[in-house]
Design a protein around this ligand. Sequence first.
Ligand code: PGA
Length: 257
Amino acid sequence: MSFAKHGRASSTRGVKNLNIVVVSPEKFGNTAADIVQRVTENTEAPNITFPTGDSPLPLYRELVNRYQHGKLSLANVQAFGLDEWGELEPGHPIRCISRMKTQLYSETDIPVEQIYYLEPNTDDLDVHCEAYDKRIADMGGLTLSILGIGINGHIGFNEPGSKATVRTRKIQLADRTLNVSQKYGFDKTPSWGVTLGLATLLESKEILILATGAHKAEIVHLTVNGPETSDVPSSLMRRHPNCTLLLDEAAAQLLKK
Ligand code: PGA
């Protein structure tokens, strides 16, 4: 583990290769956007996963801001949705793809034909999920996986119990995920979802995990200092050689300085 406050980690590495970067809430979006911009400028056609949730919102606001000011283009990005709720009809506003369009895709220059997402309303969902992984593999694998962490350590919808070897698939959602997801205003919360698998994410060239707020402090602490276990899927990300955990001060409060 390396640990840097208000900057990128440099030297000490204890828990495998995790780079921990802690910034103020004001700098959070900017710091995350710098990483995305570096990847988009240094890669011809980067394959990037985009998560939904509260954690990436400052990043998306900053990417849109940079695009609107002519400082950033996402025209070369191949955008992959990280996960999706089951049981919602296409076009439903709470669907992840709907929110990604509103929060980022429609507000920047990512071409629509370069936007890929998981479609739960598919006759053969297993085949669909396999095809999603194959598309990513055929396109050279993921360049950057942007991820949030659930309070139970889920990554995408890879809920506790998910092994590092699992691929993209349908999954039953954990009770804690269902409770937290009340914030989206579902009439009836879906009991299942589809998610990119941990194995596909771990094959990414680079990973950026975002966590903000005091309610994430405990899971961030477990992710960094707890055992590496599928009970806490976020802890499995520590085995990746190029993974940055970007935190605001509240989310980092239980980590030793
Ligand atoms: P959040 O969700 O960013 O809204 O906290 C993260 C997640 O559940 O993966």
